[in-house]
Design a protein around this ligand. Structure first.
Ligand SMILES: [Zn+2]
Length: 133
């Protein structure tokens, strides 16, 4: 049975709630969760940065066979987004139908319910993207 691991989800709340990430002071690589060492240059100094809240849609797919915990949302759209600073991120796309999507269209971040753990009724929130208004 699917269970949300609350401590881990909570530790990542800065990224999931506010798109705060960690940028390597040496090479500029962006990490979504604070790493011990940079995956590119192996150094250990990072600055917390806020990623841009807008970007463009560069690819998407419609999920009809979801992973555990996402069955109630099926079908849903997963987009590959390039943020204004060039960082690329995967995200669920919300507030639109698939036929409204166009590659290259501008999208913006929004804060939504991501999933719910049934036995404990724990609701996980986080970022999703939607067509820019
Ligand atoms: Zn680095």
């Amino acid at each position: 049975m699917f269970r949300i691991k609350v401590p881990r989800y909570w530790r990542h709340k800065d990224f999931r709630y506010r798109l705060n990430a960690w940028k390597c002071n040496h090479c500029g690589e962006v990490h979504f969760f604070k790493p011990l060492v940079c995956r590119r240059c192996r150094l250990r100094e990072f600055n917390k940065v806020m990623l841009p809240e807008t970007g463009k849609l560069i690819a998407y797919t419609i999920v009809r066979s979801p992973p555990c915990g996402f069955e109630e949302q099926t079908p849903y759209i997963i987009g590959f987004i390039e943020l204004e600073d060039g960082t690329r991120i995967l995200s669920q796309i919300t507030d639109c139908y698939p036929e409204e999507l166009k590659l290259g269209m501008k999208v913006e971040v929004t804060f939504r319910r991501v999933r719910e753990d049934d036995p404990d009724k724990i609701i996980a929130y986080g970022y999703k993207f939607r067509p820019a208004i």
